[in-house]
Write a protein that binds this ligand. Structure first.
Ligand SMILES: NC(=O)c1ccc[n+]([C@@H]2O[C@H](COP(=O)([O-])OP(=O)(O)OC[C@H]3O[C@@H](n4cnc5c(N)ncnc54)[C@H](OP(=O)(O)O)[C@@H]3O)[C@@H](O)[C@H]2O)c1
Length: 320
């Protein structure tokens, strides 16, 4: 989906006239959402904007950009009156666990405090919050929490900690909130997600990193068309106490299946390499999400084809 189509998608949803605050708007998830919403709403984005070209591009679309370092900056000077918040910024480097938890938890509290009179708040959490059980398990929202991923070791900890902050302040302020536990995303934007990462590795003649067995790495991939379309729906189901739901695609697949499909439609040679530090992914049970906001529209194979076509022109075989 290009910016024009994204704008069309937002307009179709009839979601307009709101004053929206977004964090993570230069990222894979937040950017297409900010751009789609900007067509019919007043959108403000907070971030470091390390890439001035992305900042300029957002501004060209009428989006206000405000310098903000998660967990460190104050919100002095930021206007009030935001009706909706989409908080997706995340620090992915390996800082100390204590700093990481404090910064993420504080940032969510700071945003909720600033926007406590708003209509709805979304916090983007992750499937990593779940304690990993048997491979292929479709994790449900009330499954056990607490992952021990060997990379980004603080990731699940700060997501779980921040979820607790969001749940608490939703009740304290009466601010309708949704905690959306995202599975892996993919699409033409940002770094493109797993299919693009795999395709680039194959083009470079490099192996696909995997844990002991590639089949252990399940996920519920979600295409950008679906996550962009669903954001206003997530605001609509925000509640007090906070709504907690899995936010992934309708289909659970293994990373092996994704890599094999990329190889199939591109004809690129595929090999796996075991790396015990490779990041795990987890599949999600989508029943609550389907019931509350409906199904996804993009089949994962179709989404992979579209993504590769947009990001690697000519890489897909003619007949595929
Ligand atoms: N993409 C996925 O597959 C996936 C899966 C599960 C969960 N999630 C969650 O979805 C959210 C978005 O992920 P993403 O894939 O879009 O991440 P991303 O592409 O890595 O983008 C990260 C965003 O966070 C911002 N950020 C990083 N450090 C910051 C700081 N110190 N202060 C302010 N902003 C900062 C970045 O903006 P600047 O660098 O411009 O400041 C960027 O906009 C995250 O909460 C992530 O945990 C993503």
């Amino acid at each position: 989906m290009g910016p024009a189509e994204l704008r069309g998608a937002a307009a179709e949803m009839n979601f307009s006239g709101k004053k929206i605050l977004i964090t993570g708007a230069t990222g894979t998830v937040g950017r297409p959402i900010a751009e789609a919403l900007a067509a019919t709403n007043e959108v403000w984005c907070l971030g470091r904007f390390g890439d001035p070209a992305i900042r300029a591009d957002l501004q060209k679309q009428g989006i206000a950009t405000v310098q903000w370092n998660l967990g460190t900056s104050e919100l002095d000077g930021l206007p009030k009156g935001f009706t909706h918040v989409f908080h997706s910024a995340v620090i992915k480097n390996d800082e100390s666990q204590s700093d990481h938890i404090e910064k993420h938890a504080f940032a969510a509290a700071q945003l909720m405090h600033h926007c406590r009179d708003g209509e709805a708040f979304i916090f983007v959490s992750a499937s990593s919050v779940y304690r990993r059980q048997e491979p292929g398990r479709l994790h449900k929202e009330d499954d056990l929490l607490g992952d021990n991923t060997p990379v980004l070791e603080t990731y699940a900890m700060h997501k779980n900690g921040t979820e607790a902050v969001v749940r608490s302040l939703a009740r304290l302020y009466g601010l309708r909130s949704t905690i959306a536990r995202l599975s892996v995303t993919f699409g033409a934007q940002g770094y493109g997600g797993l299919p693009s990462t795999f395709c680039q590795l194959m083009l470079d003649g490099k192996p696909i990193p995997t844990r002991e067995s590639p089949d252990e790495n399940w996920c519920s991939p979600m295409h950008s068309d679906d996550y962009v379309r669903q954001v206003p729906l997530l605001w609509a189901i925000a509640a007090v106490p906070a709504t907690v739901l899995n936010w992934g695609g309708d289909e659970a697949v293994t990373q092996r299946e994704i890599a094999e499909y990329v190889a199939e439609i591109t004809g690129l040679p595929l090999r796996f390499e075991i790396n015990p530090r490779h990041r795990m992914s987890a599949a999600l049970d989508s029943a609550r999400r389907r019931k509350m906001i409906g199904t996804c529209e993009v089949d994962w194979r179709e989404g992979v084809r579209r993504t590769l076509k947009a990001r690697f022109p000519g890489v897909i075989k003619e007949a595929a």
